[in-house]
Design a protein around this ligand. Structure first.
Ligand code: ES4
Ligand code: ZN
Length: 328
């Protein structure tokens, strides 16, 4: 219990959260009414929340993309980001690296300026009001062709100074990292850092591809690394951080119980493991609940383990070295 209270009160760094995954059912219905969006077959917040019972990644993504349809104008994106950043303040998140999925909105004919305008306005407010720092990571949807990702990167060019990195998300199996080599190369040419979801539902091989072919400096999820000792050793030697999301893995059936996550093996191998929230509105908890889940599952009563997880996240951030030091 002391360990849980310690983690809750500690200043934290969040490295894996999808802004569209912070859309709570209450805001879904509020914006649906405002924008005249039909949410059939869901009639109420209660009914929608009851549908948040997933069997795998795809069953979640279907409802995640459905919910995102209520986001229409700049104020909607502003409100979404503002609510999440207020949550960060409440949970003592002092720095957050936040994914957004431009293709989900561009496909609905919402211009880049609209969602970026809303996000950036909310971020500027949080920076001045709570003193927190935020970096944005633009994700490409891997179930769409690389050509679409390239078009998206071109549309992002006017905003490149407000974007820290590119990422790769959505349905993993059958969409290996090597399909996105060209767009990642373009992104690096624009000075963007590279991360990718790999080894969540997909094999350890996808982690190697993300490192070799996309030159990723951090891997999102990455828990399947434990299936391949060579991958494990490589992540340890190069100190490539992994952004693990325990409640996500639980709710998507990647593991049956949190204790099944290979966290001990990963930490014992010296991996830079971090704890994160992924899609907190859908998976039943923000970062503090994710810390609590692992502390309970692994009986991490020793505050040194928690301290390591907190410190890893600072080291794993994409911030400049001087700013990381200020967070230590
Ligand atoms: C995601 Cl949990 C997860 N995995 C892959 N893509 C995603 N997009 C939003 N959440
Ligand atoms: Zn994710």
């Amino acid at each position: 219990a002391r360990a849980i209270a310690y983690a809750r009160a500690a200043p934290k760094v969040e490295l894996h959260v999808h802004i569209e995954g912070t859309l709570e059912p209450e805001l879904v219905f509020k914006l649906a009414a405002k924008n005249g969006v039909d949410l059939a077959p869901y009639q109420s917040v209660h009914e929608l929340r009851a549908a948040y019972s997933f069997t795998d990644l795809q069953s979640f993504l279907d409802i995640y993309y459905l919910g995102a349809r209520v986001l229409q104008d700049e104020d909607d994106f502003y409100e979404l980001m503002s609510r999440y950043l207020a949550k960060c303040r409440d949970e003592h998140v002092v720095h957050a690296e936040i994914f957004f999925d431009p293709q989900t909105h561009l496909q609905r004919r919402i211009p880049f300026e609209v969602f970026m305008g809303g996000f950036l306005r909310a971020i500027r407010n949080a920076q001045t009001e709570f003193g927190m720092s935020v970096l944005l990571i633009m994700c490409f949807l891997r179930h769409l062709p690389e050509e679409d990702a390239i078009t998206t990167l071109n549309l992002a060019k006017p905003f490149v100074d407000s974007i820290q990195a590119v990422g790769l998300d959505s349905s993993e199996r059958g969409f290996p990292p090597h399909l996105f080599q060209r767009v990642y190369e373009h992104a690096r040419g624009l000075g963007l850092d590279c991360v990718a979801h790999a080894g969540e539902e997909g094999p350890a091989e996808y982690i190697s591809e993300a490192l070799d072919l996309l030159q990723c400096r951090r891997i999102d999820h990455g828990i399947r690394c434990v299936d391949d000792p060579m991958v494990m050793k490589r992540l340890a030697d190069a100190r490539i951080p992994l952004t693990v999301c325990p409640l996500s893995n639980l709710k998507l059936g990647v593991v049956a119980v949190v204790a099944e996550l290979p966290l001990r093996d990963m930490l014992d191998a010296g991996l830079c493991v971090t704890i994160n929230s992924d899609d907190p509105a859908y998976f039943g908890g923000y970062i503090n609940d994710n810390f609590e889940a692992v502390i309970r599952a692994f009986d991490f009563v020793d505050q040194r383990v928690i301290h390591t997880l907190l410190r890893n996240a600072i080291q794993a951030s994409l911030l400049p070295a001087a700013h990381k030091l200020a967070l230590e």
